[in-house]
Design a protein around this ligand. Structure first.
Ligand SMILES: *[C@@H]1O[C@H](CO)[C@@H](O)[C@H](O)[C@H]1NC(C)=O
Ligand SMILES: *[C@@H]1O[C@H](CO)[C@@H](O)[C@H](O)[C@H]1NC(C)=O
Length: 449
């Protein structure tokens, strides 16, 4: 039993040693593919130089690293695959135990010299070390590239904007006769694949990746380029919370301040504070938006108009405060005049009292109509003491009446200004509220279209 098992083991090892053993090195030896062999490195890998090298390019978006409006920079992180054919390489997999692929260091073979036109910074992310070679000469090179590119952005609708950034890829030294570029996957596949691999999406929501081919003429030669267009939509929530809503709140506060009483400077102080708060918010805008833009960003219009409206309402408050101030000045003047008149009167009274305490006729033209009966009573009376007291009362009553008249007329004159102020306030409030409503609805439609 033990013996037979040992025998089977020996037979088994014999069978495996008889089988052919292959290594990748056999393939390399067959191809004469060594580090020193310059045949594979120096020239475009075609046997007939009139053959163009067909290069297929596939780009999948991994992540949108940054979109900077201020410097007009778009930084995507992409997975780029280049596929081309090397006519000098081919082997029969059956001769090499079915080996169909080998991976070799990338510097051994010729590579297409494609580059990104919009790139403004060389890519410093580590490159993959190997490329894959198939038995029919198809070579596949895969790279993760961080592309720092310029992108003309339109911030007109900020923060409800959609941006489109182009990545143009072409060969640096081979025109269309020597190298043909074509996309490996069409727009919808690239979009779908990008959506699947994009794990995190920050401020920007990736919409689609569209691919188009263009021919470019340069120095009488035709160059084939691929344009990858990345469309993405901004998620506006943060900007709405940070910027649009606070300004709206301040505007509401400004509107509400019409219900604060006009006299005393409280309303004025309140409005100035609100205006200052808005100007602080405007500083934030300066950080976000690029200084040059062909169309005025809607958000700038929004801020400027609201700022101007609040300034106007501040000016209106100043005017109303001025009117009320003027009114109280008029009142003060009237009061002073009245006081002066009173002192004059009392002088005259004193004189009269000292001059003629016995002359008892109150001249009828001085007498007021209602006081006539009293005067008659006084006339008829022969008691000088009582009479004197009554004359004094009469004088006092006359004085009172005069003062009352003065006061009434005075308040009427001052009231004119107060009424004006109230009217201006009412009209301006209606104008203000209507303008704000119209403006906000206009902004809404502009942002929505
Ligand atoms: C392989 O390449 C080496 C170096 O270039 C060369 O000397 C040699 O002749 C080549 N052998 C074959 C079989 O092509
Ligand atoms: C670009 O030029 C090539 C070669 O002439 C031609 O086959 C191709 O259709 C052209 N592509 C476009 C987009 O014009």
């Amino acid at each position: 039993m033990m013996h037979s098992a040992f025998l089977i083991l020996i037979i088994l090892t014999d069978v495996t040693s008889c089988q052919k053993v292959c290594s990748y090195q056999d393939v390399l030896d067959y191809l004469n593919l060594t580090r020193d062999n310059s045949v594979f490195k120096l020239t475009r890998p075609v046997l007939d130089y009139t053959h163009p090298t067909k290069v297929e390019l596939d780009i999948i978006l991994y992540a949108i690293l940054a979109v900077i409006e201020k410097t007009q920079t778009f930084i995507p992180f992409v997975w780029a695959t280049l596929i081309w054919n090397n006519e000098r390489i081919s082997w029969d997999p059956d001769q090499f135990c079915g080996i169909t692929h080998i991976t070799i260091p990338r510097e051994i073979l010729w590579k297409p010299d494609v580059f990104v036109y919009e790139m403004i910074q060389t890519d410093d992310s580590p490159q993959s070390y190997y490329i894959s070679v198939a038995h029919d000469g198809t070579i596949t090179s895969e790279d993760d590239i961080k592309i720092v590119s310029t992108c003309k952005m339109d911030v007109h609708k900020f923060p409800f904007d959609t941006q489109k950034c182009n990545i143009t890829i072409g060969s640096a030294s081979h025109c269309v006769d020597e190298m043909r570029l074509s996309p490996f996957s069409n727009s919808s596949r690239a979009t779908q694949f990008s959506r699947e691999v994009m794990k995190t999406q920050g401020e920007w929501e990736f919409l689609q990746l569209s691919i188009s081919k263009v021919n470019m003429t340069f120095e009488n030669k035709l160059w084939e380029n691929l344009i990858y267009t990345f469309s993405m939509k901004r998620r506006p929530l943060l900007h709405v919370i940070n910027f649009l809503l606070p300004i709206l709140f301040f505007l509401t506060l400004d509107l509400a301040s019409f219900f604060i009483a006009d006299h005393r400077g409280e309303k004025l102080g309140f409005k100035v504070t609100v205006l200052l708060a808005i100007s602080v918010l405007l500083l934030i805008l300066n950080d976000i938006l690029p200084s040059m833009s062909n169309k005025t960003p809607l958000i700038a219009t929004y801020c400027i108009v609201i700022f101007a409206l609040m300034l106007l309402s501040l000016l209106e408050t100043i005017l109303v405060t001025h009117l009320i101030e003027k009114d109280s000045q008029v009142k003060l003047k009237v009061k002073n005049e009245h006081k002066k008149a009173k002192t004059n009167n009392s002088d005259a009274e004193d004189k009269r009292q000292t001059c003629c305490s016995c002359i008892c006729i109150v001249s009828s033209d001085e007498q007021q109509h209602e006081l006539l009966p009293v005067a008659e009573v006084v006339n008829n009376s022969n008691h000088t003491g009582e009479y004197h007291v009554l004359v004094l009362i009469l004088e006092e009553l006359k004085e009172l009446k005069k003062a009352l008249n003065l006061h009434l007329s005075g308040s009427e004159e001052g009231g004119k200004y107060v009424q004006w102020a109230a009217r201006i306030n009412r009209v301006f409030f209606i104008f203000y509220a209507v303008t704000v409503l119209l403006f906000l609805s206009l902004m809404y439609t502009e942002w929505n279209t």
